[in-house]
Structure formats: structure tokens, C-alpha cells
Design a protein around this ligand. Structure first.
Ligand code: XIL
Length: 375
């Protein structure tokens, strides 16, 4: 009898311990806690790709299962002069992803920023003809995608082509080819690697007029029989807006248009909003001391507000996990974030999940806990 009681107590104890470890957030990382919901990705810079920034590399291997190159696959780096491709950095990036079993993303094929001038001009500096630009787009897309065929799983084919008022950005692609440059890019991309997922990526896509045009674009691509798998919603966010509700409406509406949503380029800045928030890299704002208030650390109350805003967004992403394929943060530690220099140069920003000493912020465990609670 006594023996039986001891056995029962032992079994109960063991069950309690295993229940605890199953739920205990300390034993989980972002990618394991979220694995049934969506990929958890990060952008990588060159010191990380080349393994020089060991602290970040350790974090990336432990916490993330998807990667995207922060810069080295943009056209000005891949093809700085016509026909002269530079693949060394991108090759290393893809090798890293394969060695670590990552869902590898290509960013980005057709974008008005960080594109070399030669792409749009002839040898006397005049705009090229529509035929020449088409040829250059096709050659760039085909060369780059063929090299990583079957290895890079999804591509941001076109980036930032539509403005908040729903009109098309007057980029060189648009000026020379009109709206058709987008279906053309998707066609060339699908021909280059039919197995790759293809995405349209942009910021502020929750603005209603912009969202409408993006949805029209999705419908147009689909009606032409072209492949589009997802809309990438860049999430360079601040504390003031958008409302969670506005973001939710956009996620739901894109999904209803027949695509998945990727939350791409996630970073939330706790700094004062210096003006209209865009992510167009030429929309810069002059430095003023009052918009750089936390050079010696983030006050506790601001950190709490910032955490809550992140958690509100993760609650939303988890709620709509069936529509979301991937959530990607735009970098690992605050030190390396582009937000220290955008839209204002030289601020001390705190938009990422790891601090300036590469320590996990308390937020990470809170996100993991949210994911666990939802199960
Ligand atoms: C940014 C990088 O983070 C910076 O290092 C670089 O100087 C400029 O570009 N939208 C995009 C990203 O699609 O590629 C941009 O990345 C941020 C805005």
C-alpha cells in the first residue's frame, strides 16, 4: 500500500515536472515557440554573413529559422556595372542559410532605391527606351534568380512601387514602362525559377488607398495568370500609428484577395516621431536634440509602452497565423539597426529584440509566452 502511494506520488511529481518544462518559456526560443504559426526571420548584415559578428550569429542560429539579406542582394551591389555581377556576399549568405536549415528570402529584385544609375540610362545619361529597360530587368532577374534556383525559397520581386495615396510611385521603372513594369517583373521571375514564391513588398500598406491599389495589383497579376504568393508588409513602426485595428484590416483584406501576408522588416522605434513615417530611404529629416532623448538608455516607462506595442502586434500576428507565412525582424541588436540613422541621422534607437550588448530583451520571453498561451 505504502509502496503504491509512493509510486503515485512519484508519477504525479514527474508529470508536474514535465508539464512545467513543456510550458516553461525559458526552454523555448522564438523559432521553436512560433514554429506552428509562422517562420520567424531576421535580416543579416555583412559582418554576420561572414561570421565576424559571432554574438549575432549565435543569436540568429538559436532564435530564427528564416533569413533575408539586409543589403547585399540589392541591385547596386549585385550588378554595380552592367553585366558585372558580384555574387560573393550573396553566395555566403545563401550558404549560411542552407547550413543552418533556414527558409531563405531574396530581397529585392526591382526597387527604385539602391539601384545603380546605369540601369535606367544610356551612355550619354539619357533615359533608355522601354525595350532596353525590359531587357535589363529580364537579364538582372534571370541571372540572379537562376543562380539561386531552388535554394532561395521566396523573392521580394518588386519593392515600394505604390504610394500612400494609392498612386504609383514616379520611379524610373514607372516613367519608362508605366504600371506594366510590375507584371513584367513577376513574369521574368516566374520564368527564372518556377518553384520560387514571389512577393510584392512595401511599407505603410495599411493606408486604405494604398491597400486598394495593392489589391488591384494582386488581382491584375492573378488575372494574367502570373504567380504572386504573398504581400510583404514592411513593419517599420513607431509608437503613434497605425492602430492595431488598421493593421488587422489590411492583413484580413490581403488574405481575402488570395495571398499570404509576410510581416517583413519589423522594427518598432520608441523614439519621438520626427514627422511622417515612411520607409522610403531618401525621406530623411534633420537632426534635433529633442528628437533624440534616450542617448543613455530607455526610461522604464517608455520601455514598458514599447514592449506593450510589440506584444499587441504579436498578439495580432498570432491571431492571424493562418494568413501569415513569416514575420521577419529588420536586424538582431539595436546597435546595428538602420533606425539609428533613419529617418534622422545619428539617433540612439531601440527598435529590435536584442540590446546593445547582444542581450535578449525581456520582451523575447514575453513573446514566447504569448505563443505558448495561445496553444
Ligand atoms: C535599408 C537598410 O537597412 C540600410 O542598411 C540601408 O542603408 C538602406 O536600406 N525598405 C527596404 C529595405 O526594403 O531594404 C531598407 O533597408 C529599409 C526600407
Amino acid at each position: 500500500m505504502k509502496k503504491n502511494i509512493i509510486h503515485i506520488l512519484l508519477a504525479a511529481g514527474l508529470a508536474a515536472v514535465s508539464a512545467c518544462t513543456a510550458l516553461h518559456p525559458d526552454s523555448k526560443t522564438l523559432k521553436t515557440a512560433l514554429k506552428n504559426d509562422f517562420y520567424m526571420g531576421t535580416a543579416m548584415n555583412l559582418p554576420q554573413i561572414y561570421g565576424k559578428d559571432k554574438k549575432s550569429v549565435d543569436i540568429i542560429k538559436k532564435q530564427f529559422n528564416s533569413i533575408v539579406a539586409e543589403n547585399c542582394m540589392k541591385s547596386m551591389y549585385l550588378q554595380p556595372r552592367e553585366g558585372a555581377f558580384h555574387f560573393e556576399d550573396a553566395d555566403r549568405f545563401v550558404d549560411f542559410g542552407e547550413q543552418n536549415n533556414m527558409f531563405i528570402i531574396g530581397h529585392t529584385l526591382i526597387w527604385h532605391s539602391q539601384a545603380p544609375r546605369w540601369f535606367f540610362t544610356d551612355n550619354v545619361g539619357k533615359d533608355v527606351s522601354p525595350e532596353v529597360l525590359k531587357q535589363r530587368m529580364k537579364n538582372h532577374i534571370t541571372t540572379v534568380m537562376s543562380r539561386y534556383k531552388g535554394r532561395i525559397k521566396g523573392w521580394d520581386v518588386v519593392n515600394e512601387a505604390i504610394l500612400e495615396d494609392g498612386t504609383y510611385r514616379k520611379s524610373k521603372f514607372y516613367e519608362i514602362l508605366g504600371e506594366e513594369f510590375i507584371p513584367l517583373a513577376f513574369q521574368y521571375a516566374h520564368e527564372a525559377d518556377p518553384s520560387a514564391e514571389l512577393y510584392y513588398n512595401d511599407y505603410n500598406e495599411w493606408y486604405p488607398a494604398k491597400k486598394e491599389t495593392v489589391i488591384q495589383l494582386i488581382k491584375k497579376l492573378k488575372s494574367k495568370g502570373l504567380r504572386i504568393d504573398a504581400v510583404g508588409m514592411q513593419a517599420h513602426l513607431g509608437m503613434d500609428g497605425p492602430l492595431i485595428k488598421e493593421y488587422e484590416t489590411a492583413i484580413v483584406d490581403y488574405a481575402a484577395a488570395g495571398v499570404k501576408v509576410n510581416i517583413t522588416e519589423l522594427d518598432i522605434s520608441p523614439l519621438p516621431n520626427p514627422g511622417k513615417m515612411t520607409a522610403n530611404i531618401s525621406d530623411t529629416i534633420a537632426y534635433r536634440e529633442e528628437i533624440n532623448p534616450y542617448t543613455h538608455g530607455l526610461p522604464k516607462n517608455i520601455e514598458t509602452e514599447w514592449e506593450n506595442r510589440y506584444l499587441d502586434f504579436f498578439r495580432l500576428f498570432l491571431k492571424h497565423h493562418d494568413k501569415i507565412e513569416r514575420v521577419t525582424v529588420w536586424g538582431v541588436a539595436d546597435t546595428d539597426s538602420w533606425k539609428n540613422n533613419f529617418p534622422v541621422h545619428g539617433r540612439t534607437d531601440y527598435p529590435l529584440l536584442f540590446d546593445r550588448n547582444y542581450q535578449e530583451k525581456p520582451l523575447v520571453k514575453k513573446i514566447i509566452r504569448l505563443a505558448e498561451e495561445q496553444k
